[in-house]
Design a protein around this ligand. Structure first.
Ligand SMILES: NC(=O)c1ccc[n+]([C@@H]2O[C@H](COP(=O)([O-])OP(=O)(O)OC[C@H]3O[C@@H](n4cnc5c(N)ncnc54)[C@H](OP(=O)(O)O)[C@@H]3O)[C@@H](O)[C@H]2O)c1
Length: 366
């Protein structure tokens, strides 16, 4: 919301800046893990865009990538790359977004940023279209932020339960896929799996670490045959950046500035799709039947919960799909106001590219 001292929101995008109908879109970071999924999503969704321009580092300039059945040449990131662009999706590392998103915004481009550079900026809305779509219009800096993949993997389901029951406290453990660390994360797991496959490794301390040598990539420990209780970079008092982001972003999106959140983020040997266990405490008593109905009818959420038949969501089953999948719905054993859930979602689709595409479509519709 705009408040005292808040700059006046920019005028919304209307049609294309070139005046020739549909808006021009730039995908910055088109060659990355999120960028690749973005191009697939742009090819699959209703086509609201005129020109689509693909942008990456100078290393990738001249490469051709397919989008909407067309081969498009990648151009290097520069100020000119934003000429005539209406909306730009940024799928690049934090430092690149921090430097270039304001450059694009200063040229009148509406930036939707997938990095962590602006999410907690009070003048940048943090948007999940199923929860706070109205927030896209309050963008005094011309930048809209996309939440972190871990937050996005649970927030749509949680938002629906919050709307009915009023969330009071959250305890979360994550099981995060390696693609959450980009192409480097996926390459690292594949390389490590090739080194440990068919061996007796995993029986004595340090044997997996010795086998993978210094090839731990973006992770502090081997991720093949292992689980690693760390995701992101170091923050104060032993917390990781992914843990702080999950707390801070959940508070901002739900408008619950003081929500108590306890979280531990863990990396697991899964290529794509994050999973989370969630203990959510609400303002009053909950019932499993009521919770199941809310989850089953919430847009963008699928209830998949029949343990007797072996039915619960797993990364291997939900990867490549759009919704947030929820299973193992139980009332807390010792607290009638709390629910236990297992939530699973594709970190590259709803966790990144899909949410960005949905936000961009809201902007385009203006
Ligand atoms: N992976 C996820 O699950 C996920 C989820 C949500 C948000 N995010 C965020 O989305 C962003 C992209 O993540 P990713 O996983 O797709 O990373 P990635 O696979 O490492 O891809 C990085 C992209 O940024 C481009 N890039 C790097 N340096 C650049 C520069 N100097 N100038 C222009 N472009 C540059 C790369 O282009 P080149 O190919 O030319 O190097 C590539 O297209 C990050 O901020 C990440 O935190 C990721």
């Amino acid at each position: 919301m705009a408040g005292p001292g808040t700059p006046t929101p920019r005028p919304p995008v209307s049609g294309s800046r070139s005046g020739h109908g549909r808006p021009t879109l730039a995908v910055v970071g088109a060659t990355g893990a999120v960028g690749a999924v973005m191009l697939r999503i742009l090819s699959q969704r209703a086509d609201v865009w005129g020109e689509i321009r693909l942008v990456a580092s100078p290393r990738s300039a001249g490469r051709k990538l397919a989008v909407r059945g067309e081969e498009i040449e990648v151009v290097a990131l520069s100020e000119e790359a934003f000429d005539g662009v209406d909306v730009a999706m940024f799928d690049v590392p934090d430092d690149i977004a921090e430097q270039w998103a304001p450059v694009a915004a200063a040229k009148g481009v509406v930036v939707i940023d997938n990095s962590g550079a602006f999410r907690m900026d009070p003048d940048v809305p943090l948007v999940v279209p199923e929860i706070n779509p109205h927030a896209v219009r309050q963008r005094p800096r011309g930048i809209i932020a996309n939440p972190h993949c871990t937050t996005l993997s649970m927030i749509v389901a949680l938002g629906a339960l919050h709307a009915e029951y009023g969330l009071r406290e959250l305890v979360v453990s994550t099981y995060q896929a390696v693609s959450g660390a980009g192409r480097a994360g996926v390459d690292t797991l594949r390389r490590q799996l090739s080194l440990v496959a068919g061996t007796e490794l995993g029986t004595t301390p340090g044997d997996v670490r010795r086998a993978v040598g210094d090839g731990t990539g973006p992770f502090p420990e081997p991720v093949a045959l292992n689980v690693v209780p760390w995701a992101g970079s170091a923050r104060a008092d032993g917390w990781s950046s992914d843990e702080m982001q999950l707390r801070d972003e959940t508070r901002k999106i739900l408008g619950l500035a003081k929500l108590p959140v306890a979280v531990t983020c863990v990396r697991v040997p899964v290529v794509t799709a994050h999973a989370l266990t969630v203990h959510a405490r609400f303002q009053s008593e909950v019932t499993v039947a009521g919770a199941r109905e809310i989850i089953a009818t919430a847009p963008g959420v699928v209830l998949f919960d029949n343990p007797d038949a072996g039915e619960f969501p797993t990364p291997a089953d939900v990867v490549g799909t759009d919704p947030t999948w929820v299973g193992r719905v139980r009332r807390a054993l010792d607290d009638p106001t709390a629910l236990e859930l297992f939530v699973c979602g594709d970190n590259l689709r709803k966790g990144a590219a899909l949410n960005t595409a949905q936000i961009a479509e809201l902007v385009a519709a203006e």
